[in-house]
Design a protein around this ligand. Structure first.
Ligand code: AMP
Ligand code: GLY
Length: 431
């Protein structure tokens, strides 16, 4: 098969690495990719949101299967357009991607199908938002309805802050159209975990759990980022919690989406808050998480092409046995450009050992490119995902940081404490 992968992050490098291992993959293209992906796939210079450009390329090249990494092209209808052209694609339709593209849509789905989530209201005018805020106590969360590049969620210490955030979005236009409608919700306390499941619209194949570190600073402090590191599995995941997540959240979501006439085909990424063993849904995403996906690919055994293709063809049931998971733990340490998530320089040189000999270690590229002289340079905020597998989180962490230390990039940094909660728990200390 000729496969086209869409996206350019660490998630896509990890997917490319795994897709490449399949005997079904005869040729792999990636649009627009990055310098790491260029080592294992043919790079196509088409942006991941250029729906028509990607469709024309897929037709001209005789692409058999398209795998879409990021949310924006899904919400923009890439999978719908490819299907119209008769090209098989993995990922939800634009209608189904609303589960991530509209927070209000997702919350209404939860309300209708009794999926546990934070109490909420949806608003497009400030007066109604203010009236709702007046009925709420404690911390509040104000969210732009649409996609805002991971920045549209404001945690507010109380009513006054929440009103400011609502005003900024509804009247100040801080998130443009994405914030023309907002969701205001109750703040949930607990521990966050991500859970992934594949679906073909009917059948569900649960994948595994992961946790990421969203804050830029050690000890989980400072501003939010796209994720400074991740590990899989979540240290407190049990068979029992997993089956609660599947029966109370994943299954009603997939059934609800089908009942609403927007069957979800693709990977469902549920962001959950767990307190006293009870999971509540924070948000659904219509794609793999990044950097979580990098840790999942390290643990996944079996043929990824076979599984994603079966999901896209509506016969996921037939490959249920294909996916197996290593009992090992996996960790990803993100190396980012100094200054991230604020302003940062691009084009800074990266050298050192990017292909360590240890088979448990893998360095995925996110924002990288090659200069004219072939020098590897940074090209974004999150630049590398330094990943390792180990018999437990502590061993994976040790290997990942040893690999970090082999990389020479003075203009970059990483957190030194990825996995700290899991490691504390492993030592029997309270996190
Ligand atoms: P989202 O973009 O919806 O993933 O939200 C970003 C982050 O905000 C989540 O990963 C949580 O850490 C936090 N968050 C979102 N909603 C809530 C909530 N209702 N209570 C507490 N934290 C939340
Ligand atoms: N790491 C969180 C996300 O991909 O949204």
């Amino acid at each position: 098969m000729k496969i086209l992968l869409v996206g350019s992050g660490g998630r896509e490098h990890a997917l490319a690495w795994k897709l490449r291992q399949s005997p079904l993959c005869k040729a792999l293209y990636c649009a627009p990719g990055n310098a790491g992906i260029a080592e294992i796939a043919e790079i196509v210079k088409i942006g991941s949101e250029d729906v028509e450009g990607l469709c024309s390329f897929a037709k001209d090249k005789g692409i058999d299967f398209v795998v879409v990494g990021p949310e924006a092209p899904l919400v923009a209808g890439l999978v719908d357009r490819l299907r119209e052209e008769g090209i098989l694609a993995f990922g939800p339709s634009a209608k189904a991607a609303q589960i991530e593209g509209s927070k209000g849509f997702m919350k209404d789905l939860c309300a209708k199908y009794a999926i546990p989530t934070a109490a909420y209201g949806r608003f497009s005018d400030l007066a109604s938002a203010e009236a709702f805020i007046a009925t709420m106590d404690g911390q509040l969360v104000v969210k732009a309805d649409g996609l805002a590049a991971g920045k549209g969620v404001i945690i507010c210490s109380g009513r006054a802050d929440a009103l400011d955030a609502a005003r900024d979005m509804l009247e100040g236009g801080v998130f443009g159209d994405a914030g023309a409608e907002i969701v205001i919700e109750e703040f949930l306390d607990g521990e966050e975990v991500s859970f992934f499941a594949l679906s073909d619209g009917r059948t569900i194949v649960p994948l595994v759990s992961a946790q990421d570190h969203k804050r830029v600073g050690e000890g989980d402090s400072g501003p939010n980022t796209g994720g400074m590191g991740a590990y899989s599995p979540a240290y407190f995941m049990t068979k029992e919690l997993e089956s609660t997540i599947i029966s109370r959240i994943i299954e009603p979501t997939i059934r609800g989406m089908a009942a609403e006439g927007c069957s979800f085909t693709g990977v469902l990424f549920a962001g959950l808050m767990v307190k006293d063993g009870v999971p509540k849904l924070l948000e659904h995403n219509a794609r793999f998480g990044d950097p979580e996906c990098q840790t999942l690919m390290l643990r996944m055994e079996g043929d990824l092409v076979k599984v994603l293709k079966a999901a896209a063809e509506g016969r996921l049931e037939s490959v249920r046995e294909e996916l197996r998971w290593s009992d090992d733990a996996a960790m990803c340490v993100v190396m980012a450009a100094n200054g991230y998530p604020g302003p940062y320089a691009k084009g800074t040189p990266i050298s050192g050992d990017l292909h360590p000999g240890d088979p448990d270690v893998r360095i995925f590229h996110a924002g990288t490119a090659r200069g004219e002289d072939g020098q590897l340079v940074s090209q974004g905020g999150r630049v590398l995902g330094v990943c390792a597998k180990g018999k437990d989180i502590a061993q994976a962490q040790k290997k990942a940081y040893a690999a970090v230390d082999g990389i020479v990039w003075p203009e970059g940094f990483c957190r030194r404490d990825i996995g700290w909660r899991a490691i504390k728990a492993q030592k029997g200390e309270a996190a």
